[in-house]
Design a protein around this ligand. Structure first.
Ligand SMILES: [Zn+2]
Length: 111
């Protein structure tokens, strides 16, 4: 995480602490609706920290020399291609098979 990202996360956490403290004060001395409002609001900076961390991870994985995501995508494509039966099955979205295919039960017959 770069310098501005860390500063932003520190600001988010300070805001979260302030809102949590306000939540406690509202529970003790204020109306209940305000306490619940501040409790919900204190979660928003936590979401922002998680988002900031995810953005950092995405940037690092996109800029890094090794990219694991294409490997995973290659595995998925390879698995799908190996699961394919025959060309006609592939192009007909799994409805029909080639005549020479061992699974060749053609759904529609030529009349
Ligand atoms: Zn087939």
């Amino acid at each position: 995480m770069n310098h501005s990202g860390r500063l932003l996360c520190a600001l988010y956490l300070a805001t979260c602490g302030g809102l949590a403290w306000t939540t406690v004060l509202e529970f003790l001395h204020g109306p209940r609706w305000a306490a619940f409002l501040f409790a919900a609001a204190s979660l928003v900076p936590v979401i922002a920290v998680v988002r900031e961390t995810l953005i950092r991870d995405l940037r690092e994985s996109a800029a890094g020399p090794r990219r694991p995501a294409p490997k995973a995508a290659d595995e998925v494509v390879r698995g799908e291609l190996e699961a394919a039966c025959c060309e006609r099955w592939w192009t007909s979205l799994g409805r029909d098979h080639d005549v020479s295919c061992p699974h060749g039960m053609r759904r529609s017959s030529a009349a």
